[in-house]
Design a protein around this ligand. Structure first.
Ligand code: SAM
Length: 272
């Protein structure tokens, strides 16, 4: 696998494009472990973001019924289409943040780190069974952070509202070519059953987490413009806002249920 990757790199005289987060996996064990973690069978349709030179795609195609691989770099799309003859892989050329997703039930990907945040939010808007994803370590740690942790953020809260996330393996820089500047980690993401998912008001979450170390009351005051309230309008509802649930709690300690409660109160009182 590693030989094939370097053969392709030298055959096409390929320079990795760091703007596209091109750090190719060169350790076969990691690929095998992630394919195992996806628990694939013939019944599965897998979405892969950024197939690169196809090393993970190749392993996925041997286990899944169908693989959809979305790749933005047209040079790589050309190489994939020339070098491989997978019967069950569809290469989709385009930006994974923009192209329409095909029908899939699993996701396995060594993600381009530049789009970690928006692509994760996009995944969470879809229904799927399980995702096995490689992220930068720091991002992965934020995904699994709990309320009150020092790195608990908007991302942690939004993930927690919709899914169970587990960090299952740390990966050193040496597992990639070219070597990235930071370590990575594997996350398994499983959406919660619909009855347990919490729909949060994204504007409210942004407004609160803009000031994650402040109390809820103070964060709402400082971010009133993000709730589309002018200073004057905020002044009028000030008395109401003083009664907001969890008003004295620090934002970084709020669970999704707490934020849901705050949202319900503000809607009921006509503030948002
Ligand atoms: N899967 C390969 C591997 O594991 O070796 C490559 C992973 S590399 C970290 C990320 C891949 O995502 C690159 O092939 C890059 O060109 C592609 N990519 C970057 N931005 C993208 C985007 N917005 N949409 C689709 N693919 C993208």
């Amino acid at each position: 696998m590693r030989d094939r990757l370097f053969y392709l790199i030298s055959k096409y005289n390929l320079k990795a494009n760091s703007d596209l987060g091109q750090n190719f996996l060169i350790v076969p064990d990691i690929i095998e472990r992630n394919v195992e973690r996806a628990e694939l069978s013939e019944k599965d349709a897998v979405l892969e973001i950024g197939p690169g030179l196809g090393v993970l795609t190749d392993a996925l195609s041997k286990k899944a019924g169908k693989v959809y691989a979305i790749e933005k770099d047209s040079r790589l799309v050309k190489i994939l289409r020339t070098e491989y003859d997978w019967p069950n892989v569809e290469i989709i050329e385009g930006d994974a943040l923009k192209v329409e997703f095909p029908e899939f039930n699993k996701i396995v990907s060594n993600l381009p780190y530049q789009i970690s945040s928006p692509i994760t939010f996009r995944f969470l808007k879809h229904d799927f069974e399980r995702a096995v994803l490689i992220y930068q370590l720091e991002f992965a740690q934020r995904m699994v952070a709990k309320p009150g942790d020092k790195n608990y953020s908007r991302l942690s809260l939004m993930v927690r509202a919709k899914a169970r996330a587990e960090l299952v393996e740390r990966i050193g820089k040496g597992a990639f070519w070219p070597r990235p500047k930071v370590d990575s980690a594997v996350i398994i993401l499983e959406p919660k059953p619909p009855s347990e998912r919490i729909e949060l008001d994204e504007n409210l979450v942004r407004a609160l987490f803009q000031h994650r170390r402040s109390t809820v009351l103070s964060a709402l005051k400082k971010s009133h413009h993000m709730l589309r309230l002018t200073k004057e309008e905020f002044r009028k509802v000030r008395e109401v806002i003083l009664k907001v649930p969890h008003g004295e709690e620090r934002v970084f300690r709020l669970s999704p249920e707490d934020v849901e409660e705050i949202g319900e109160f503000l809607r009921r009182e006509g503030v948002i």
